[in-house]
Design a protein around this ligand. Structure first.
Ligand code: UD1
Ligand code: UDP
Length: 376
């Protein structure tokens, strides 16, 4: 029996690891699989666990209000030691590029477990953007034994860093597995969800819906002020538009957003949504403005144009296909490109073509197959 430990800590990691937890549990004759959450996020993580019905075996409960990277990193490493020593996993699975990913990969490497990196190999080659995620992802990659790359481009990045090809598997992104699971559940007739029900009363169906999310550290401060001023301008100029913005719980995001956008009639600021409610809202939106990594991957699969409030992205696949466009945090550029999509039908149709560079929702099946063929 191979002993797996799956570690995650934030909302996006939970969404993208939940289908893998489920898939490994289906194979419990071959794998013993336990889940450890650092709870780098609390409420936003618990929403995801509830939807996917996952009860963690270990909960480090680490989130502190307005936490900093130094203490969070130290706390993750020290608090994982007893878990790793108690369970003694053969394999530890980490996801992506957060502080949980980086610190958990190092702690697991120290324990002697083999680290398996899911969503490996994405790179901007710019240490400052995304910060600190670009470096977190590289560190996790450098201590990992097995690398699950979502696309051939991310595989090539790893090969260029001398990772052995036999230790890399191109799988697609597990977010598509999660999206399929969620869409199927939300669209089924007997599905009832208070949050989706409540959202239906908020959405103004006579208007074009712009869905907004944002949280990136490198955008804190002036970046968020520019973003909010751009959204204000868009709302004032376009009375036929409704902006809905589920605001990330980070105080550095909440403060500018509520101060600058709290009083605008056609802007609705709401609390972070559960995953199914967010998927439902994406499906109803006309376009999406975001700095999120995960949303850049999901929206093209739903045929929704995305304006990305970043200067660079480690996910160039949808940008190259023309369904995602980088606008940075320049107020005028965000306003101009949004107005273009609102008013120029041809541009809109071009950008809203369905495009799915991130696989067909079988990433987790492929990861489990690969791991079952590995000799302990
Ligand atoms: C983190 C990740 C980022 C990821 C993002 C997803 C790092 C360095 N950053 O950024 O890569 O894209 O999560 O959202 O790993 N908070 C709550 N409740 C929650 C979640 C957050 O109150 O459920 C507040 C807390 O005050 C917390 C703060 O947000 O201290 C910041 O959380 P943190 O995880 O440090 O940073 P994020 O910006 O969420
Ligand atoms: N998401 C959600 N509720 C929300 C906003 C986003 O469930 O209110 C989901 C979204 O579908 C995506 C993930 O959260 O799968 C993205 O998380 P975030 O933007 O916080 O992190 P990133 O992907 O940038 O690391």
């Amino acid at each position: 029996m191979k002993k797996n430990l799956i570690i995650f800590g934030t909302r996006p990691e939970a969404i993208k690891m939940a289908p893998l937890v489920k898939k490994f549990h289906e194979h419990n004759n071959e794998f013993e699989t336990r889940v450890c959450i650092t709870a780098q996020h609390r409420e936003m993580l618990d929403q995801v666990l509830a939807f996917f019905e996952i009860s963690p075996d270990y909960d480090l409960n680490l989130m502190k209000p307005d936490q900093n990277l130094y203490k969070l990193t130290a706390d993750i490493i020290t608090n994982l030691k007893p878990v790793l020593e108690d369970y003694k996993p053969d394999y530890v699975y980490v996801h992506g590029d957060t502080t949980t990913t980086m610190a958990a990969s190092i702690a697991s490497f120290y324990s002697g477990a083999k680290v398996c990196h899911v969503e490996a190999g994405l790179r901007t080659f710019n240490k400052q953007s995304p910060f600190p995620e670009e470096v977190n992802r590289s560190i996790a990659g450098s201590v990992s034994e097995y690398h699950f790359a979502p696309t051939t481009l991310s595989k090539e990045n790893l090969v260029n860093e001398n990772v052995s090809e036999s230790n890399i598997l191109v799988t697609g992104n597990t977010v598509i597995d999660a999206l399929h699971f969620s869409s199927k559940k939300v669209m089924s007739l007997d599905y009832s969800d208070n949050e989706v029900g409540h959202l239906k009363t908020i959405v103004d169906h006579s208007k074009k819906l712009i869905l907004v999310t944002g949280h990136r550290r490198e955008n804190h401060g002036q970046g968020f002020i520019n973003i909010c001023n751009a959204l204000k301008q868009i709302a004032i100029d376009n009375k036929n538009v409704q902006i809905i913005y589920p605001v990330h719980l980070n105080p550095k995001v909440q403060k500018p957003v509520f101060e600058l956008l709290g009083e605008i009639e056609n802007v609705k600021l709401i609390t972070p949504l559960s995953y199914p409610a967010f998927v439902w809202l994406m499906s109803k939106s006309y376009l999406i403005i975001t700095d999120s990594g995960g949303v850049q991957e999901e929206a093209p699969s739903l045929g929704k144009p995305v304006l990305v409030m970043r200067d660079t992205t480690e996910r160039p696949e949808a940008v190259n296909a023309g369904t995602v466009f980088l606008v940075g945090t320049d107020k005028n550029k965000i306003v101009k490109e949004t107005n273009n999509l609102l008013n120029d039908k041809e541009s809109y149709i071009k950008m809203s073509k369905l495009h799915n560079p991130y696989g067909n929702g079988t990433a987790c099946t492929e990861i489990v197959r690969f791991m079952s063929e590995i000799d302990l």
